[in-house]
Design a protein around this ligand. Structure first.
Ligand code: SAH
Length: 465
């Protein structure tokens, strides 16, 4: 980040603009939203600026900037539509101690003005450090459409009510009150009877919350999917938005953890296969302890929580402690992996069933029905199968599987660093060793990447070579 976003106090303070044409007008349109004292220096100001000056919205001086003109200004804009004049006035303003921005000149500017979504007092600033103005405009448009115009008035009324709301205990209780106001009671009151009805509705809401019984905690066991945040379900996002405590696995990506509510307590219960990490009993105890204290706990697991997730142990711990729970499914690694190679998990006339296997269990390498798997056309998605690749290969060959059966490893499925290693049963262990994968990998036994995708990858590799 080369620029750090802050909100500068400008109420009653000086902002000086040099320029009277299009560039100055564009900046002034934004600055007029503020409560700053605006001063414009322009030898030949546009009629619009003259109009603004006549209406008392700004002070206009019909001359070029001179030393001392930017004295005591918090911000200074060089907006002359003329690079040489911008450089001259910027140097003067700089000497006067003002923070300087030169329009369309990122390199010489001390600050930049973001794209703004204005729901005063809620203001959203979007910056791309000059890299992608198109992107900033698209994000702004999206937010403009999504945020109701009533958000501003609601926030203003809410702000005035803050001290009254302190009657509620700090933390969850107060947060729930505000959340219900902004997302339910406030908008509903406006819909029914207009903005004037909001203060009464707010009072009634506070009363309701003050008399509400104490919150009981509960647990959401949530599937985080394979890693791409876009593959989270809406329900998972809502749970993350609301959670007081998030207890997550090692495989949950930082991009997804970013989505947790800012105030949430985020706990890493990462468990490394075979390795040491928090013991399952400790995780169970942690979940129960937080839920008992009244928290909304999100137990966030990679993929789908019902697939090799030790979910039942956690559910049993909740049941034993009389804590309510809910399962929010996620996209399991097998689904993301087949999507990555353009194949189906099941296919007419090839395989009418598919197995989800684990490469190892509590005792070590896991045994399976190798005889059935060895038959032509069988498909299996093998989880945690990196270390057991040689064992699996040996068992399948021993039970008569065709050595040419396709095997595909998909590392980091759905993530930007996804890798696909296509091989055969005969070569799978060596191919895996050669690839030295470091991320989570799923083994698809009986499936090769779709031919069209291999051609595409070759092409891309050539293009980038
Ligand atoms: N509940 C998870 C699986 C947990 S077991 C799910 O439904 O996906 C952990 C194993 O899942 C890893 O060893 C790996 O085999 C697989 N896995 C999880 N995320 C993966 C990803 N993004 N890409 C490939 N494999 C993944």
């Amino acid at each position: 980040m080369k620029h750090f976003p802050v909100f500068i106090a400008v109420e009653g303070r000086r902002i000086v603009v040099s320029g009277g044409g299009d560039a100055a007008i564009a900046k002034l349109r934004l600055l007029l939203k503020t409560e700053a004292n605006l001063t414009v220096f322009a030898q030949t100001p546009d009629a619009l600026i003259v109009e603004w000056a006549a209406a008392g919205k700004l002070t206009l001086h019909r001359r070029a900037i001179e030393p001392g003109d930017a004295m005591c200004a918090v911000l200074f804009y060089a907006a002359n539509d003329d690079a040489a004049e911008d450089a001259r006035v910027a140097a003067l303003a700089h000497r006067d101690g003002a923070r300087v921005n030169l329009v369309d000149n990122l390199a010489d500017s001390q600050f930049i003005t973001p794209a703004i979504v204005d729901r005063d007092p809620v203001t959203i600033a979007i910056g791309t450090e000059g890299a992608a103005p198109v992107l900033a405009r698209a994000i702004k448009k999206d937010l403009e459409e999504r945020l109701p115009a009533t958000l501003g008035p609601l926030a203003r009324i809410g702000k005035a009510f803050r001290t009254v709301a302190e009657a509620l205990p700090f933390g969850r209780a107060r947060r729930d009150f505000w959340s219900e106001y902004y997302f339910k009671t406030g908008p509903e009151a406006i819909d029914k009877a207009g903005i004037d009805a909001v203060p009464n509705a707010l009072n009634a809401l506070l009363h309701k919350h003050l008399n509400a019984p104490k919150k009981v905690g509960f647990v959401d066991l949530v599937g985080a999917g394979p890693g791409d945040p876009d593959l989270l379900t809406l329900k998972a996002r809502k749970a993350l938005d609301a959670a007081d405590v998030v207890i997550h696995d090692r495989l949950v990506t930082p991009e997804i953890l970013e989505l947790a509510r800012r105030e949430a307590l985020v706990i890493d219960a990462g468990k490394e296969g075979f390795g040491k990490a928090m013991a399952q009993d400790d995780i169970n105890a942690l979940i129960v302890e937080h839920a008992r204290s009244g928290a909304h706990v999100v137990r966030l697991k990679a993929g789908d929580p019902t697939v090799f997730g030790r979910l039942d142990e956690e559910l049993e711990a909740c049941d034993a402690a009389n804590i309510t729970w809910r399962i929010i499914p996620g996209i399991t690694a097998a689904s993301a992996a087949v999507a990555g190679i353009g194949q189906s998990l099941t296919k007419r006339q090839r395989n009418a069933s598919v197995r989800l296997l684990t490469g190892h269990d509590m005792k070590g390498f896991a045994d399976h029905d190798w005889r059935t798997l060895a038959k032509t056309g069988e498909v299996a998605a093998i989880y945690m199968g990196k270390r057991s690749a040689r064992f699996i290969q040996g068992r399948l060959m021993m039970h008569g599987a065709d050595p040419a059966t396709p095997v595909t490893f998909i590392e980091n499925a759905s993530r930007p660093d996804q890798r696909i290693i296509a091989t055969t049963l005969a070569k799978m262990a060596d191919a895996l060793a050669d690839a030295s994968l470091t991320g989570p990998a799923l083994t698809l036994y009986g499936l090769a990447p779709r031919a069209a995708m291999i051609a595409l990858e070759d092409l891309q590799e050539k293009e980038f070579a």
